[in-house]
Design a protein around this ligand. Structure first.
Ligand code: HEM
Ligand SMILES: [Fe+2]
Length: 751
């Protein structure tokens, strides 16, 4: 065990050293934000501080929740970087054609057009940033294009655009409109201008835009190959390792449920309301999801009801993604709070009060942050209040700063409550110690890494804001959440007496080391095109490919868990929590492993970033793995609270199958075909086209968008059924009236 721990510590420390080093390089080599933009004739077109003000304005409107920048964000409105770049390029070509040949560009002969395109490519790729003056110098034609784009974007944001699901009046202040356009301009400039002394742009030539010579870099192709080969190698190695393992002797399962007769402490009982909240938030998330998806087909209304002034797309999408995180977190926090005193064997003093205080705090953060986001998107928060109480503009860490800090405090309160309950068990130094230590490490990391959200501060450059944002999102989902999931499932099986605590501890530490070995440096796979140096692409692609290796083998664990749970009749009682855990493994393979790797190689993500292939992966992985785990933990906890009651099968059975089939149908019938069609468009014509209304509104794609309905309906019914089932566990109607008792089941003894 000592050697395992040593390996764990070395892997984690070395990986963070590399990730930290990459962060320093990113900071040093991020595209510069100019103070001013001036023309070659000396005229100022973007005034001092206007780009930064534009970043603020964009964030206050909901930022990534309305379109995207550098491919990061939402999918109905355009990617503003690609959109601006394409408009600007066409505008300059048009100006040159008219000035030199007196005719429209489209009417020129092919050789003349080719010559102009070459000139355009050369001029856009030339880096004209003057570091000594912090000024960016552009041609008068680019300046003229900027003015036209100011008019265009002002029109988009004041009058609204149905096809982008942008409501009228989204941004009406002319100063802010101009500043936001300046920010779009800057993101597009960095996407085409070569790094000093290089022939590749700051964003490694992303987005694909033939007009300015943006095509995949040599690195993107080479690291794609290397990462795939390494993945295959990893799979071979892991297969060999598995083959070598002696089949483990099954620990004979106890004759009756070891949890029977255990008592629920006051703090454990206080956890039940968390689960009602989980279901309420999940239902609300689905409602928001249905509205958000519907905006994709009817940009300003919901089946004819004009709702875009009350609940704009930006708000429903923000709430949809954020509620997902909130209910999943709530389920896990609650399960942790239930398990902790059971493990420690004592109820710490005042624990129930702590659990209740945390609950109130969570409710305040959920409701407060949602209200702030709505006010911010509606541009109702004066001055800088948007930053503190409104919308951060960054997807998955959407709440304003104060709410982020409040959530962090809440997470640490949770950690405190967990630690004090578990400590007595750790002090016993018995065979539970390794697995409990790992459990505590995962809990500390989950709480602590949210702190990285604070790194994306008021004036942080988009490159570094992305870095810190993915410290939260990626290090959670592909790092410490995986550890938490492995540990918690192993631990619960150990509590049921199905596996030994010692071997559970060893196996969990080993798999945590394997996950984190790829997962920590793998963070960089989100940053290939975010203004980062080429080393980021190399490290990110290789290490994230290694992350996939253990995911391809989760079938082993799932099968073992199923086998274990079929040993004794009393285990029938745990069938549904176990089924949810098996589904976690399934979606880890399909949603995270396969759909994650589909978009992961640099050459794939170059064309696919921010297309519908991303929500394919997002839904199948985030809901599929961690949502399902949240439900599984909830069901296990509710099961353990009353082990003598016999569950009625029908409702929960429907919920389980309808949820999984619904998710599969939603992804397979709608999101994936649209994503693949978009990929084709992105390769053929450029990224801007794949995201443009011309393409997205094609009838065949419209049909595929409608095909979301069957999956969504199954999925919605499943969540409603689960809510009903959970309510029935409190109100009684989810239990058999006359328990068909298995022979060894006895009623709970109350001590
Ligand atoms: C259970 C584990 C995982 C979860 C919960 C998860 C979740 C997510 C989420 C929520 C996003 C953002 C989607 C968006 O921007 O709308 C994302 C993006 C991404 N994920 Fe994962 N992921 C997991 C595992 C993986 C794995 C194993 C890989 C590949 C090795 C991967 C590769 C990616 C990539 C490349 C992106 C960026 C897509 C883009 O920017 O368009 N993910 N993931
Ligand atoms: Fe990731």
């Amino acid at each position: 065990m000592k050697r395992l721990w040593l390996a764990f510590i070395v892997v984690v420390a070395a990986s963070f050293a590399v990730l930290g080093w990459a962060g320093v390089r990113m900071y040093q080599q991020a595209p510069p934000v100019p103070d001013t933009v001036v023309t070659t004739e000396g005229r100022t077109i973007i005034a001092s501080g206007e780009v930064a003000a534009g970043q603020d304005g964009w964030r206050s409107m909901g930022g990534m929740e309305m379109g995207s920048i550098w491919g990061h964000g939402s999918y109905v409105a355009p990617d503003w970087t690609a959109d601006y770049l394409h408009r600007e390029a066409e505008d300059v070509l048009e100006q040159w054609s008219r000035a030199r040949y007196g005719t429209r560009y489209a009417q020129l002969d092919a050789p003349l057009r080719a010559a102009l395109r070459q000139e355009l490519e050369d001029s856009f790729r030339a880096n004209t940033y003057d570091a000594s003056r912090r000024a960016l110098i552009v041609s008068p034609e680019r300046a003229a294009a900027f003015e036209r784009n100011v008019q265009y974007y002002s029109d988009v944001f004041s009058k609204g655009r149905k096809e982008f699901a942008i409501p009228a009046g989204a941004l009406t202040d002319p100063t802010r409109q101009r500043a936001v356009t300046a920010f779009f301009f800057w993101s597009a400039w960095a996407a085409a201008a070569n790094r000093p002394g290089d022939h590749v742009s700051y964003t490694s030539n992303w987005p694909h835009e033939p007009l300015v010579g943006n095509r995949p870099t040599g690195e993107a192709v080479v690291w794609t190959g290397v990462s795939i080969i390494l993945l295959l190698g990893g799979v071979g190695f892991m297969g060999f390792w598995h083959a070598k393992q002696e089949p483990e002797e099954l620990t004979p399962a106890p004759a009756s449920d070891p949890l029977l007769g255990s008592m629920n402490t006051p703090s454990q009982l206080a956890v039940v309301k968390y689960f009602w909240t989980v279901m309420a938030l999940a239902v609300l998330q689905i409602v928001m999801g249905v509205i958000t998806a519907h905006y994709g087909v009817e940009g300003n209304a919901f089946f004819g009801i004009p709702i875009d002034q009350i609940l704009p797309y930006t708000v429903t999408r923000t709430w949809h993604t954020q509620l997902g995180i909130f209910w999943i977190a709530t389920a896990w926090l609650a399960a942790g709070l239930y398990i902790a005193p059971a493990v420690g064997g004592v109820e710490p003093k005042g624990q129930r009060l702590g659990v209740n205080v945390l609950f109130v705090a969570l409710v305040v953060v959920v409701l407060g942050s949602m209200a702030g986001e709505w006010l911010s998107v509606k541009q109702m928060l004066p001055g800088e209040l948007w930053y503190w109480f409104g919308h951060s503009g960054y997807e998955y860490i959407d709440p304003g700063k104060i709410w982020q800090i409040a959530l962090l405090v809440g997470l640490f309160l949770w950690l405190f409550l967990m630690a004090r309950a578990i400590l007595p068990a750790l002090r016993r130094r018995d065979e539970q110690r390794p697995i409990l230590t790992l459990f505590l490490v995962a809990s500390i990391a989950i709480a602590g890494f949210y702190g990285a959200a604070l790194g994306a501060g008021r004036h942080t450059s988009p490159t570094m804001a992305e870095y810190w944002r993915w410290w939260v999102v990626h290090l959670w989902v592909e790092g410490f959440f995986e550890v938490f999931a492995t540990v918690v499932i192993a631990f619960l099986f150990a509590r049921l007496g199905l596996i030994g605590l010692k071997s559970a501890g060893r196996a969990s530490t080993l798999s945590a080391t394997v996950f984190l070995g790829g997962g920590i440096i793998g963070t960089l796979h989100h940053l290939y095109f975010s203004g980062t140096p080429a080393a980021v692409m190399a490290l990110g692609s290789v290490f994230s490919a290694l992350e996939v290796v253990p995911l391809l083998f989760v079938g082993f664990d799932a099968w073992q868990n199923l086998k274990l749970s079929e040993q004794r009749p009393w285990l029938q009682q745990y069938k549904w929590p176990v089924y949810f855990f098996v589904a976690v493994a399934f979606w880890n393979l399909v949603g995270a492993g396969l759909f994650g790797f589909m978009i992961n190689p640099p050459i794939a993500l170059y064309y696919m970033q921010g297309l519908n292939t991303t929500p394919v992966h997002g839904h199948a992985a985030l809901f599929g793995v961690y949502g399902t785990l949240g439900f599984g933990l909830m069901l296990f906890t509710l099961r353990a609270m009353n082990p003598a009651g016999v569950w009625r099968d029908s409702v929960i059975k429907f919920a389980f199958w309808s949820m999984n089939v619904g998710l599969m149908v939603m992804v397979g019938l709608s999101l994936l075909p649209i994503g693949l069609a978009q990929t084709w468009a992105s390769v053929e014509n450029g990224y801007w086209y794949a995201r443009s209304p011309e393409f997205i509104q094609l009838p065949v794609l419209q049909t595929f968008r409608w095909l979301r309905a069957p999956g969504d309906v199954l999925f919605t019914l499943a969540i409603l059924a689960l809510a009903v089932f959970v309510a029935g566990l409190t109100l009684g109607f989810s239990y058999e009236k006359e328990p068909k008792q298995a022979p060894e089941l006895e009623p709970a003894r109350v001590r």
